[in-house]
Write a protein that binds this ligand. Structure first.
Ligand SMILES: *Cc1c(COP(=O)(O)O)cnc(C)c1O
Length: 363
């Protein structure tokens, strides 16, 4: 059955800020999309996803005993609606976000909406918020699908009730002119995720565990931390909110998806782009020693993060216990620059989309 989404338009539309003030996630649009699921309800309709609706943006009623507030039963997603030079709006691989939410829901004992409903809520929401999808270069409308356990119950077990919602925020260009580089701190004390844990799920708990390390890194002048594996503090995992790639000794390498890192949609896309350019990346464990050795030999050519927010984020240096490792010549490397262009050209509809990654939507 095709879900039908009701729309209640706001009576007090906001003024959209100037693109230069967007930043990231500072402003929310006029509406939000919601749907409910109740496993324990007596009515059959309630025991499947129902009441899909778009309503004016605002606080959501939540019982103070709700599972999400006590035991962190929560998943979120992040993707962008890009307005191309042709005026058309495109989503980038939204079914990948759905798949990740579904996998996360399995791990956290939650129920995720079906693909149909997920996509319909995203597209209907974008249609309602069309005026919020910026046309300024490098800007986009960031979508935040979120799934929470809402059942009020303090016993420790999975929630029977869930709320799925989508909110949106206009976001600015990550870069002024061309890509900028960032300094990254190799985190040798705190860890993000351990084997058998929830590192592969896009859930708030992983971020709660990361905030202290990120705050300390910021105070030391770094943009983010590079996480090491929990067991040995030796193998590279990922960078803050991004997956990470290295070009060293002539090869492009990224850590494998072994359950402790987040399977990024950008990571997957970059792997396919690299393949198509005969630059196939190795997916294998990378030790800190290997990076330090390459740096010593002068063969640590490029390091870059991949994620929806910045697409490609080139790294100019790594700090390890106060010691500085300079990457390449400290500037944006040719592979990073090429990948950034290739990926964003597809996202903004400037280049052919050979993989069918973009989903054009009517707005
Ligand atoms: C979301 C996220 C990423 C990047 O995933 P994309 O799908 O490429 O945006 C990487 N690491 C973490 C921890 C994340 O939460």
């Amino acid at each position: 059955m095709k879900p039908s989404i009701t729309v209640e338009k706001t009576k007090s539309a906001k003024t959209i800020p100037a693109a230069k003030d967007f930043g990231f996630g500072r402003f929310f649009s006029d509406h939000m999309a919601l749907a409910d699921f109740s496993k324990s309800d007596a009515t059959e309709t309630a025991r499947s996803w129902n009441s899909a609706r778009i309503v004016p943006y605002g606080p959501i009623p939540l019982d103070p005993g709700a599972a999400v507030l006590h035991y962190g039963q929560e998943l979120f997603e992040g993707l962008k609606a890009y307005r191309g030079d042709d005026g058309k709006v495109r989503l980038f691989r939204p079914e990948m976000n759905w798949k990740r939410m579904r996998n996360g829901a399995e791990r956290l004992c939650m129920i995720a909406p079906e693909l149909d409903l997920f996509l319909e809520m995203l597209t209907a929401f974008c249609k309602t918020e069309s005026r919020w999808i910026p046309k300024e270069p490098g800007c986009a409308f960031y979508l935040r699908p979120t799934l929470i356990g809402t059942e009020p119950f303090l016993g420790v077990r999975p929630s029977n009730d869930f709320l799925f919602y989508v909110i949106g925020s206009p976001v600015g260009s990550y870069y002024g002119e061309g890509a900028d580089t960032v300094k990254i701190k190799v985190e040798t004390e705190f860890v993000r995720a351990a084997p058998g844990g929830i590192g592969a799920a896009k859930t708030g708990g992983n971020y709660a565990a990361s905030l202290k390390a990120a705050l300390e890194a910021k105070s030391e002048g770094y943009a983010q931390v590079l996480w090491l594996d929990a067991t040995h503090r030796r193998y590279i995992e990922e960078v803050g909110t991004m997956n990470v790639f290295f070009k060293m000794n002539g090869k492009i390498i990224t850590p494998p998806l072994d359950g402790t890192i987040l399977p990024g949609v950008t990571r997957d896309s970059i792997l396919q782009i690299l393949d198509s350019e005969n630059l196939t990346a190795e997916q294998r464990p990378i030790s800190l020693d290997e990076i330090q050795d390459a740096a010593k030999k002068g063969t640590l050519e490029e390091v870059f993060g991949t994620g929806t927010a910045a697409s490609i984020s080139p790294v100019d240096s790594l700090g390890i216990k106060g010691e500085k490792i300079v990457v390449g010549n400290g500037r944006v490397g040719p592979v990073s620059a090429k990948l950034l262009k290739r990926l964003t050209d597809i996202q903004y509809g400037r280049a052919e989309d050979p993989w069918g990654w973009t989903l054009p939507i009517e707005t």
